[in-house]
Design a protein around this ligand. Sequence first.
Ligand SMILES: O=C(O)c1ccc[n+]([C@@H]2O[C@H](COP(=O)([O-])O)[C@@H](O)[C@H]2O)c1
Ligand SMILES: Cc1cc2nc[nH]c2cc1C
Length: 344
Amino acid sequence: MDFTISSLDRSLENTIQHKINLKTKPVGSLGKLEKIALQIGLIQHKTNPTLKQPTILVFAGDHGIAEKGEVNPYPQIVTQQMVYNFLSGGAAINSFCNRNKIHLKIIDAGVNHNFGNQSDLIDAKIGYGTKNYETEPAMSIDQCKTAIKKGANIVSETHNNGCNVIGFGEMGIGNSSAAALLMSHFTAIPITECVGAGTGAQGDAIKTKKRVLKTVFEKHHPNSPLEALATFGGFEIAMITGAILKAAELKMTILIDGFIVTAALLAANTINNNVIDYCIFAHSSEEQGHQKILNFLEKTPLVTLGMRLGEGTGAAVAYPILESAVAFLNNMASFEEAEVTTKD
Ligand SMILES: O=C(O)c1ccc[n+]([C@@H]2O[C@H](COP(=O)([O-])O)[C@@H](O)[C@H]2O)c1
Ligand SMILES: Cc1cc2nc[nH]c2cc1C
């Protein structure tokens, strides 16, 4: 839990903004790309930042509450099946990472399955799924601390391999419930307004999901961000919280994905509110709670594509926008270089 995260060093802000304004374009005409270029420049403390070894880490974990199937349309076994799908290259995140030249790593944070020896799977298993928070906290405080540490260590290794831009994804049947509980805890938005469709709950199924999660929310009274993560979280969510905190400490650019990753960010941001300076919000998930968290954080996402898949797919799809931002900052000519007349 010891992370040293500095707030963004803004001493180069005027220099970078001036460089952006001198490019051969009307002032401000590259819109949000200009803001991203500035943010990445400030994160790297450089007027000519570069994106190196872009990587997405997908953390997978199971959830005790999902065994009954009351809050999740798909059965728990899909978590392990999708991990095999990631490993054989067949999931959406594989397609997008291949397309956009992003390194992809899959982590077993706590799936209810023994994967044996899988060369491409990082084994960070905390347990075979969390406990059901209808009756007891999802995990112990010690397990939660271990998950945060493991997430942080995986980011450190990735950084040591030369990565300076990172996104996180997750896979865990039932984790939209954990995310809704965490969201309500950290934003004080009533739990029923945080609950959404997840993988596709509709009609009576949504009513049941809201009723069950309201009872869960009212049963527990966590007293710290760590206790909240342990009570409502998943192993993959706690690991992402640690991963975000470490990535900010290492001054990496962090691409935030959808509802579940943003719930992990809420925990990280409560632990240390400097983390948000390092985050770029990739997309607005169709999951209704995600839009409310973005409003709560006063952040505008890069794209809205009606996606609600998770896996880090929003981050993977939005990554080329960061490449475009850095490319114009580094490669575009200034008015003087191109001998273009500027306005009076
Ligand atoms: O990240 C999102 O915006 C998102 C929104 C809805 C669903 N998901 C994915 O769907 C799963 C959780 O949904 P559920 O219904 O099983 O709680 C989990 O594997 C997530 O990756 C992800
Ligand atoms: C098939 C499937 C793929 C997923 N990827 C992330 N969450 C998912 C949930 C389901 C059900």
